[in-house]
Design a protein around this ligand. Sequence first.
Ligand SMILES: [Zn+2]
Length: 198
Amino acid sequence: MRAKQLNLAIGTIAISLLIGITPVSANEIPTIDFCANKATGVVRPITEGACKKGELSLGAVAISRSRHRPKALVPQFKARYEAAKVAAKKKGYTLAITSGYRTLEQQKILYKRAVARHGSAAAASKWVLPPAKSNHPWGLALDINYGVGGTKGKKAAAWLEKNGYKYGLCRRYENEWWHFEPLVAPGQPCPVMEPYAS
Ligand SMILES: [Zn+2]
């Protein structure tokens, strides 16, 4: 019986290799892309038709690190932010990027400064991650309204915290109300926040 199952499994893998596909488990089934209207920020699934002129493609999944370090914000992450910004504006909230893509060199300087200020690498990392760990040099982190707009700026970031998931944007850390990453597919709920970076 066991030998038969094994043969069956080997057979399935062999056939998959033969026709050039790998077996896909249920949670790996690709999800669909979403398009956002540039003028209104309204998001719709691509099942209603491909993204048109005047729309931004937001992607179908969480955006993760690419194989090579980018030199700017990852374009689809930027598109998500732009769509959310337009939608926020319609509700009377102003979103502004106060820090986005950083070079490794810039991150190094910020980290060194944080270590000096907080007294240790562990304490500093709760606020500024070392270059190798931070998602800012990967073009996958945005600081929104940090140090600008006062209470209004903070309220606008709170709007993004509540509505960002529609665009695949999530606040990541409990101690940083300003820091957002493309952690989910558009429309999926954001993961539980981490207390702080480490
Ligand atoms: Zn940040």
